[in-house]
Design a binder for this molecule. Structure first.
Ligand code: ZN
Length: 96
């Protein structure tokens, strides 16, 4: 796993400190613009696909791209995320 790898709506930014049990963890950027730290195992297994803003895997299947984009636009407005980074994140969401 290297920076730039994508897991659902998460993109790996860098490796984080290891968990207490020694498992590797990674700092990820979510499509909503939030950073989140997740365990390698959970990413690879598909247990986590976002920072939690999208919901669990079962819900993602029911969300179409338009709904995801609308949800992210709302979050952008709430958080003041700039348009450039949002454009990058849209391309991630579209590819998902
Ligand atoms: Zn998120």
């Amino acid at each position: 796993m290297t920076p730039g790898d994508r897991f659902g709506y998460l993109v790996i930014l860098r490796e984080s400190s290891r968990a207490a049990n020694g498992s590797r963890r990674y700092v990820c950027l979510c499509a909503c613009g939030r950073e989140t730290t997740q365990r390698r195992h959970d990413l690879r297994a598909g247990n986590v696909v976002s920072c939690g803003c999208i919901g669990r895997l079962g819900r993602i299947a029911s969300l179409n791209a338009r709904n995801i984009r609308a949800a992210h636009e709302r979050k952008q407005q709430q958080r003041g995320i700039d348009a450039d980074s949002l454009g990058v994140l849209y391309s991630i969401a579209r590819a998902a």
